[in-house]
Design a protein around this ligand. Sequence first.
Ligand code: HEM
Length: 469
Amino acid sequence: MPWKGLSHIWRPSLHPSASTSLETAPIPFPRTLCWAGTLHPEGVSYFAFAPRFPQEDVSSLGPCFYLSFGLPFRAQRTDQTHRSSCFFPPGVVLARYGEAWKEQRRFSLTTLRNFGLGKQSLEQWVTDEATFLCSAFASKEGRPFDPRSLLSFSVTNVISSLTYGKRFNYDDPKLEKLLELLEASLKEDTGLMREVFNEFPALLHIPGMAQRFFRAQKAIFDMLDEFLEEHKKTLDPTQPRDLTDSFLMEIEKAKGIPGSSFNFKNLRMVTGDLFFAGMATTSTTLQWALLLLLHHPDVQQKVQEEVDQVIGRDRKPTMKDQAHMHFTNAVIHEVQRFSDIIPLGIPHMTSRDTEIQGFFIPKGTTMILNLSSVLKDESTWEKPYRFHPGHFLDAEGHFVKQEAFIPFSAGRRVCLGESLARMELFLFFTCMLQHFTFVLPAGHSPPSDKADISLILKPRPFQLCAVPR
Ligand code: HEM
């Protein structure tokens, strides 16, 4: 990997080969971080750990270092985590690399594509949702409001339509409840008990334990189960409506095939994975986009000039416009780079002994790709810790791709929803700026650009006024 700041963090498993490897290739260890065990009083999980990294420690360590998390850390995506072994079957996000994951990844990508990813229909869908969002902003009549829920509602509707064929009105109490539960479930995933169960998964076999400590996750799944039940009753195989219908049809086809990953339990997990992964990530990025525009009114004005020039005020934005909107494209990329919402990616595990940059890494080691260290790498970016759309522009003001832009990660487990997310970010962002100028409420100072710590880095509550243009 070319980046100086790329840090793989791992905890070698406690078997003998791990310590031998440490002797042959000593791996730097950040001493000031060794207190950060899984049972830290604030309930710091290692997912929530990244923003607390003292940068000076990290950069002095070089590209690879390891962290000890007390007891052997059980990686996600093995069959040892509480999610996959005791609680839920595999799905996609936490599935082990193997046939079941391959089958479901292929199925999800193909089905999303069939339901319009990369086609006019999905674009139309997202554009319509962006129009609903703008109407909701307009109904505030320039008064101050916190935009975070409305952004989440609109993004939820896109992924919910794809997976469950369901769109909610923004004033539907079910939608609000769903988002409240999602918020709570992200916190459950970074809380102290999550770590305790990770260390002692057997505890989850105690009756009522999982329900008690993962109440929000259970409640969400209960809600999603209602959608699935409805689908089972109303499925018409000649006219699949969404990803759930397609999955139900695959279950029929797979009857009698031993080991197939198409079954009812996995339907729940696969649709749930797509729903959650597609909901919080994109809406959080849009929340950061608006927050950053409040800090940088000059950037907002330049985007609006480009929108006026390329799209105008009356026509709806389309994905074809993107190629002509260099500055806007650079701004969206810079929002993703700067906000860095998934700083540590999702843990992986080595399936065989391997070597990275001269370090020997034994099979079975948990590897965490520090995406943040690449997105903020001082040797790549001119102003790594500042919001600077120029990172993605050449001297002529043309958009330039950057190899170190990896908010969706890289490799075989690269984000499955990248194309959908990119489409949503472009269409929502341009549509909002076509219709509104976002300003701070009178007397307010710019909101904090520090993140709230949960499974992903979210902006703290903030208010703005959407002034119609
Ligand atoms: C701005 C939006 C998004 C960001 C920044 C993002 C980022 C990521 C990252 C960093 C990973 C981990 C990759 C790894 O393990 O190395 C991931 C995985 C994944 N994402 Fe996204 N994502 C976004 C939107 C979406 C959307 C809209 C969907 C839904 C269709 C989605 C579905 C998934 C799935 C299913 C995986 C697991 C893939 C696998 O393990 O094979 N993501 N995403």
